[in-house]
Design a binder for this molecule. Structure first.
Ligand code: SF4
Length: 217
């Protein structure tokens, strides 16, 4: 697998915010979101075999305690050995997969039922709208969620529309909305309060408030 970085930190986004996690960031992404905060992961990476990654995980575990491993990117589903890695880690850890939502999760990760899933739904401001792969709705369980990053009113309107459509197909899916980092988030909080939304939480990127917008956190 091509790995960009491995580090221990606090999950700052989504339903599992606040959990201490070991982050395994893979190299490369098939999308190019306008506000991407991990562009450095596109082309910076080094190949590690699955046993080498496990060795690194074990080194962290020998020095610290953590129950969670977050496999993020880039886009982790592009890594050929992802299923093998999950097959080994699943017995010792809770694993969360962060994915762009554009790739069929079940096809590229047959062990999808063994991971928690943070699935993005890209909105127009990202420049990647219409990339969501609706097959992914088949792989979502009650501990997974779909995350919408919102930059303006148009994004919010599309979120309302898309979440309603998804709710119609599966009314137990959880949604997270979060503002693009660095933008004023008050208008979005107010829009959320005043909108008739279901199964939705408004959240911020907590890790960036703690550490800033830097790498390895
Ligand atoms: S999907 Fe994620 S990693 Fe890929 S370009 Fe968009 S924000 Fe960046």
């Amino acid at each position: 697998m091509n790995i960009n970085e491995i580090f221990l930190s606090i999950q700052g986004e989504g339903v599992y915010t606040g959990e201490k996690m070991l982050f395994i960031r893979t190299e490369y992404c098939n999308l190019r979101c306008s506000w991407c905060d991990t562009k450095y992961s596109f082309y910076e990476g080094k190949y590690f075999t699955v046993p080498q990654i496990i060795e690194i995980v074990n080194e962290y575990r020998n020095k610290n305690n953590f129950d969670w491993i977050c496999i993020t990117g880039g886009e982790p589903l592009l890594q050929r050995d992802l299923n093998d890695l999950v097959g080994i880690l699943k017995d010792g850890y809770k694993i969360i997969l962060e994915t762009s939502g554009s790739i069929d999760i079940g096809k590229f990760l047959p062990l999808y039922g063994k991971v928690y899933k943070d699935i993005d739904f890209k909105l127009p401001s990202s420049g990647m709208y219409n990339k969501f792969n609706y097959a992914n709705l088949n792989y979502i369980s009650e501990h997974d969620y779909i995350k919408f990053t919102i930059d303006d009113q148009h994004d919010f309107d599309i979120f309302l529309n898309e979440s309603e459509k998804i709710n119609y197909l599966n009314n137990s899916i959880q949604f997270i909305i979060q503002p693009v980092w660095g933008r004023n988030s008050k208008w979005l909080a107010n829009a959320f309060i005043n909108a008739k939304v279901k199964n939705t939480k408004f959240m911020l990127q907590e890790h960036k408030y703690i550490f800033g917008d830097v790498r390895g956190i």
